[in-house]
Write a protein that binds this ligand. Structure first.
Ligand SMILES: *Cc1c(COP(=O)(O)O)cnc(C)c1O
Length: 480
């Protein structure tokens, strides 16, 4: 059925009630059972920030001349984060809607600097991306028509090896990417060595600290050693930092930072070549609410260094309890759990099944298929947050029970998966996967576990095609 705009107005209470009904199947964000999607401080006081959000909702941050408060707030937020990351007064940047936008506009800046330097006849700019870097960089390469140069990481630590970067750099390289830390395993790339190589080659180096930017500086201060990764490292050109992760601000808030204005200049967009007003945009958006910015400013000022340090202590305590618990149950950390996000796997029991059973008990972890091709095991990923400090013992207790019950449940072989999917002993090809992904009663749709187990063995192009079809059909005008 095609859903139309209702002919008549509806009483506000009904609208609220219907919305409430719509959320009934959403995972519950309260109670500390989410280890992904949300970074929960557990601080009741922070709920008051919602009032600030509403107050600034209709201020249009596009025009900071009309709303000078937005310019002041943005400069203050950027300076607070820049100085936390050991930047001097030359370090500058902007507030964006999220990590993806921060990354997109930083890559655009590097690309445009490269194209300007090289002038006419410039080659297609290349972007060197470790496989553990966030997909936002591949997306940026696709949007900006750059050539992604994918590089493998160490098969032990899952960190970038500096020599691999050196070999990947060419005279076409516009930008090199590294992570502090990477999302899948929480390891910090050897930024100091990478920066040396980038500097020698006069290449832009971006450090993606979307998840780490607001936890690493505090880890250091509470005695958890962190290797150097920020503006204290010469050769780092830009850094992306999400506030809506360990900054505990409402969703839609991130910061992109540059070593100086000469680099940031390439990020901006201005256009006076239309009959309207001269348009100048910081990032992708034009009209935008100042609510996320004002709320972020408020959270940063409310917590201050003291607040973030206290939250970091609880996050570290949560992580330590969980790591101790899972390793004593026989699980293995993938790579090095250097930070407060990490992944674990099992060599004997089916980790996908562990994830599913945890979900039945209300715990939500991110299932990572890994890659059989790249030699990366399937794993369960967690972001520990301050709220997990208290619930960690319950989590380990449930995990212990589940582990006991799954003792004889070994990982499925590809053949077994195929049989369950209904592909017999045959090969699962692109069209077949698309068919099962988009058909309602396919075993893959009912059993997401099975889907992830299968993905592990499939070439990424097939999975990408199938997911594209799935998303394309999920978003549709016809509703039940
Ligand atoms: C979350 C994340 C991103 C992307 O940020 P969004 O806010 O989801 O757009 C990029 N890199 C890393 C390491 C991240 O954790």
């Amino acid at each position: 059925m095609l859903r139309r705009l209702p002919a008549k107005s509806e009483p506000m209470e009904n609208v609220f009630a219907r919305l409430e009904e719509y959320t009934k199947d959403d995972i519950k964000v309260k109670g500390g059972r989410l280890f992904t999607y949300l970074y929960d401080s557990g601080l009741e006081e922070l709920a008051r920030i919602n009032d600030i959000y509403v107050k600034f909702l209709n201020r249009n941050a596009m025009d900071y001349h009309a709303f000078p408060s937005t310019l002041r707030l943005e400069n203050e937020v950027v300076a607070m984060i820049g100085s936390l990351l050991n930047g001097d007064e030359k370090v500058t940047g902007n507030f964006t809607t999220g990590g993806t936008e921060s990354i997109l506009i930083a890559v655009k800046a590097a690309r445009d600097q490269f194209l300007e330097k090289r002038g006419s006849g410039a080659p297609t700019p290349e972007i060197v991306i470790p496989v553990t870097a966030h997909p936002a960089f591949r997306k940026a390469a696709e949007y900006l028509r750059m050539k992604p140069v994918l590089i493998p990481v160490s098969s032990q630590s899952y960190l970038v090896e500096p020599e691999t970067i050196r070999n990947a750099i060419s005279d076409k390289t516009a930008i090199v990417i590294s992570s502090a830390p990477n999302f899948p395993y929480g390891g910090i790339d050897p930024i100091e060595k990478i920066a040396e190589i980038a500097s020698e080659n006069k290449v832009w180096l971006h450090v993606d600290a979307c998840v780490g930017g607001l936890i690493l500086p505090f880890l250091d201060k509470i005695g958890v050693p962190v290797k150097k990764w920020d503006f204290s490292v010469p050769g780092v050109s830009s850094i992306s930092v999400d506030l809506h992760k360990y900054g505990y601000t409402p969703k839609g808030s991130s910061v992109i930072l540059y070593r100086n204005k000469d680099l940031r200049k390439y990020q901006l967009y201005v256009n006076a070549d239309w009959p309207g007003y001269p348009m100048s945009n910081i990032g992708v958006q034009s009209t935008k609410s100042s609510a996320p910015l004002a709320a972020s400013w408020a959270v940063l000022n409310y917590l201050g260094e003291e607040g973030y340090l206290n939250l970091a202590r609880r996050t570290v305590s949560a992580k330590e309890q969980i790591v101790k618990g899972i390793t004593s149950l026989g699980y293995r950390i993938v790579g090095e759990a250097e930070t407060t996000i990490f992944a674990f796997t099992s060599d004997s029991i089916d980790i996908f099944e562990v994830g599913a059973k945890l979900k039945e008990k209300g715990w939500f972890l991110q299932v990572q298929p890994g890659s059989s091709e790249m030699g990366m095991p399937p794993s369960l990923h967690l972001n520990s947050s301050p709220v997990h400090d208290k619930v960690a013992p319950d989590f380990i207790e449930d995990l212990s029970e589940i582990t006991e019950s799954l003792k004889s449940r070994h990982p499925r072989t590809l053949d077994q998966i195929m049989k369950e999917v209904g592909a017999g002993n045959g090969k699962i090809d692109g069209p077949k996967l698309i068919e099962v992904l988009t058909s309602e009663d396919s075993p893959l749709n009912k059993n997401k576990n099975l889907l992830y187990e299968l993905i592990r063995y499939l070439p990424s192009e097939i999975v990408e095609k199938a997911f594209l079809e799935m998303v394309n059909s999920d978003f549709s005008s016809s509703v039940e």
